[in-house]
Design a protein around this ligand. Sequence first.
Ligand code: TA6
Length: 317
Amino acid sequence: MGHSAAVWDYKAATEITKDWNGIDKVVLRNPGGASARVSLHGGQVTSWRNEQGEELLFTSSKAIFKPPKAVRGGIPICFPQFGYCGSLEQHGFARNKIWTIDENPPPLSPSDSHGKSFIDLLLKPSEEDLKCWPHSFEFRLRVSLAADGSLMLISRVRNVNGKPFSFSFAYHTYLSVSDISEVRIEGLETLDYLDNICQKERFTEQGDAITFEAEVDRVYLSTPNVVAVLDHERKRTYVIRKEGLPDVVVWNPWEKKSKSLVDFGDDEYKQMLCVDGAAIEKPVTLKPGEEWTGRQELSVVPSTFCSEHLDLQSNGF
Ligand code: TA6
């Protein structure tokens, strides 16, 4: 590779190829050898690797790579509806659509570009979409990989409609973990959550970190902007920083639900955990011309970097 960081040509480090369905996919690289892959099918991040080439996102060995169905893994985007909270199909239609590359996006702050490999994608509703969700929008997604290997997703949804509209949203983030029974989440203690296993009944989380010994399908409410997922066995901590996303979805299908999913291996629940920055409880409402931004940054720190240092109370960015 022979590039020193100083002259690393980030633009050249962004490669566009085609997958076997002939759909464009983008590969982002950084000077240290980390990489990320983004498919234009759903604007879905399908891979995020560290400098050692280790995959940090889970993808099922049974995943179906046949559009329009979203691939079981990576980071599908739930928009304009999370789950079945509305009249649309589960998690909305954005994850099933073919996005385009946005050659001339409205500017973001310089720190969102400087020293990063990135790609800008755009989704606009088709005639078909407008029939089931009659609201004109422009959804701009920037995916960027920084020199420290962190992965940032910035979504900007603009209302280009004549009337206000509301939507819910989630970055459905499939994290790869060593052994789910050894994983804990810090930052959601004592918070209320809606339990999707109990008809969305509202409960309050105990005072301790969240651990896993059964199916979990919850939406944590009014969460801090930093949450940590500690994978002791891999001595790795995922740090999730977010903005404009008050809720956090936590999902592990465990044994029984895993068997009901065609594109998911029976035992794969042991190696994955979904922790999603989301806006669900209070849907986002945009007046004509208004724009919403939702940011989620994923980074990995060694587990020795214990949560006290993570300042889970900080405002994220
Ligand atoms: O909360 C996560 C969730 O809504 C679960 O209920 C489960 O259905 C999961 O998403 C996966 O959804 P999918 O439509 O991708 O099978």
